[in-house]
Write a protein that binds this ligand. Structure first.
Ligand SMILES: [Zn+2]
Length: 68
């Protein structure tokens, strides 16, 4: 392993998602591979849950765009 120190490791499947909470219309960035539940910062609804290494969006959340 010779990973650069302090850098984010670039992996094709590593990405961030911009999602919108359909409950309160708050938009926030979540990690596409979240390993814990991601909650809306505004209303505390669960927006995504970990699922086999990939975050699975709840019906409460809508994916707006995938960030590079
Ligand atoms: Zn919300």
């Amino acid at each position: 392993m010779n990973l650069p120190k302090g850098d984010i490791v670039q992996q094709p499947r590593s990405r961030f998602l911009k999602v919108k909470c359909l409950d309160c219309e708050n938009e926030q960035i979540i990690f596409g591979h979240a390993t814990t539940e991601v909650k809306c910062l505004k209303c505390d609804k669960v927006l995504a849950r970990p699922s086999g290494g990939k975050a699975k969006l709840e019906p409460t959340a809508r994916e707006i765009e995938v960030l590079p």
